[in-house]
Design a protein around this ligand. Structure first.
Ligand SMILES: Nc1nc2c(ncn2[C@@H]2O[C@H](COP(=O)(O)OP(=O)(O)OP(=O)(O)O)[C@@H](O)[C@H]2O)c(=O)[nH]1
Ligand SMILES: [Mg+2]
Length: 432
């Protein structure tokens, strides 16, 4: 919409100006809704996409040799104390991530660091369990109650008719379940309604909830760990989705459950990325292995595995540079990092794709491409505390059979929770 011409506003009385603005808002808002409806009816609701950052240059995949770039630097857990990192980027929770050249974002001061600030001097390292993890239900942002918001009409109608199905379809598409998955789900639900002679709207909604839980429950959502060598969990995904932050959170929770952890700063694309991981390492008290800027990411992961084997440590959490899933050479580079990471004695037991839930249906394309390049074993869905609608979990599980294992619900160290389908479905259908 183009801005209102200022001269016009200057010449009409205030009340007329207000009425004019109100009319424009109503017309524009209404036409948007009609467009959504029409496209939905035509089965063509477009994918909701967020522009993604792309690495500024495409790095060619390095030759498939034993990693032998410059020496990686290893740091142990911090032995000194002092104030925790406290510079917090002053932005909204789900705004676009900082640009590639931006300063290193310090781990944000979430509830855990708030507590640290109150802790006696000398306790600089965050201990897992200091703060109880929030529940998914309590922290869901826009997703909470989203489906319920569109079901009012359905529940008011005593019988199930064409309008009921239309409203259900609209609710699911608006919740980000996607057109194809919504169609498939509703087709199954129609069969069930016939077979079970479901007559009222309440039973219909209950059946839909049960069906969603069943779809989401299908899959192993545990984080795998195998005996016999350092396990590597590789974190992959497009730019700014929350990989590095998630590694910090996972490190904290794994250390809390008694595992020793080495962080591998495999995002060598920019020095700031390793600095960001170093802050997390310091904060949670984990070891860090980093390489030189522009170095071979495979070499960093290799060195981290050597470090873990020598200590010995249980787990290497490997960061990688964000990359667009459509860039073939960058995906090949990632595949190489995975191959290097899997060299004995290491065991790659998880490849976790981090998806920003606010990207909507594009998350499905990301899961498809990363899955075929590096064999994704699970998804971490971040930023569900914000404006994300969350329904993308359904097609990811249903179409690609990749389980969503963890959910990010904030920027703090404790803001990562296991994905519990029944809790999630209850929350999006919640009417309070
Ligand atoms: N609200 C919210 N913000 C999050 C969450 N996870 C990460 N973030 C924020 O998202 C931004 C990007 O996070 P990073 O961890 O740097 O993302 P990344 O995938 O490592 O980014 P690149 O390395 O640039 O590809 C930061 O401001 C994080 O604090 C979450 O679950 N909720
Ligand atoms: Mg990162």
């Amino acid at each position: 919409m183009s801005p209102l011409p200022l001269p016009l506003l200057g010449t009409v009385p205030d009340t007329a100006a207000i009425a004019f603005v109100a009319a424009v808002v109503v017309v524009v808002g209404g036409s948007g809704f009609v467009t959504v409806r029409r496209r939905r009816r035509a089965g063509q609701l477009p994918e909701r996409q967020r522009p993604e950052r792309e690495l500024e240059t495409d790095q060619p995949p390095s030759p498939e040799t034993a990693p032998a770039t410059g020496p990686s630097v290893t740091t142990g857990p911090p032995v000194t104390t002092g104030p925790p990192p406290a510079s917090v980027p002053d932005h909204g929770l789900v705004e676009a991530p900082p640009a590639l050249e931006a300063e290193v974002p310090a781990p944000p001061v979430g509830p855990v660091l708030d507590e640290r600030a109150k802790a006696p001097a000398g306790a600089a390292v965050v201990e897992a369990g200091e703060i109880a993890a929030p529940s998914l239900r309590s922290r869901l942002g826009r997703a909470r109650g989203l489906v319920a918001g569109y079901l009012g009409g359905v529940l008011e109608r005593s019988r199930i008719d064409a309008v009921t199905w239309d409203d259900l379809e609209e609710a699911l598409i608006r919740a980000d379940v996607g057109v194809a998955t919504t169609d498939a789900l509703l087709a199954e639900l129609k069969d069930q309604v016939k077979a079970e002679r479901i007559r009222d709207a309440n039973s219909l909604v209950t059946a839909l909830k049960e069906r969603l839980v069943a779809v989401l429950d299908d899959g192993d959502r545990s984080l795998h760990f195998e005996e016999g060598g350092p396990n590597v969990w590789l974190f992959v995904g497009v730019n700014g989705v929350g990989k590095t932050t998630t590694i910090g959170k996972v490190a904290l929770s794994q250390m809390g459950s008694g595992r020793s952890v080495v962080l591998a700063a495999g995002d060598t694309f920019r020095a700031a990325a390793a600095d960001q991981l170093a802050l997390w390492a310091e904060r949670v008290g984990a070891d860090l292995v980093r390489g030189s800027e522009g170095g071979d990411p495979g070499a960093v992961v290799f060195d981290a595995v050597q470090r873990a084997a020598a200590k010995p440590a249980d787990l290497v959490l490997a960061d990688t540079a964000g990359r667009l899933h459509t860039k073939v050479n960058l995906m090949q580079e990632l595949a190489k990092v995975r191959r290097v990471a899997a060299r004995p004695p290491a065991i790659v037991s998880e490849v976790l794709l981090v998806i920003d839930a606010t990207t909507g249906q594009n998350g499905l394309a990301q899961a498809r491409e990363f899955g075929s390049a590096v064999g994704v074993t699970g998804v971490v869905l971040t930023k569900l505390d914000g404006t994300a609608r969350g329904g993308i979990v359904v097609p990811i599980q249903r179409e690609l059979s990749v389980p969503v294992k963890l959910v990010g619900i904030g920027e703090g160290a404790a803001d990562l929770v296991p994905f519990v389908p029944a809790e999630f479905v209850e929350a999006v259908f919640a009417r309070d």
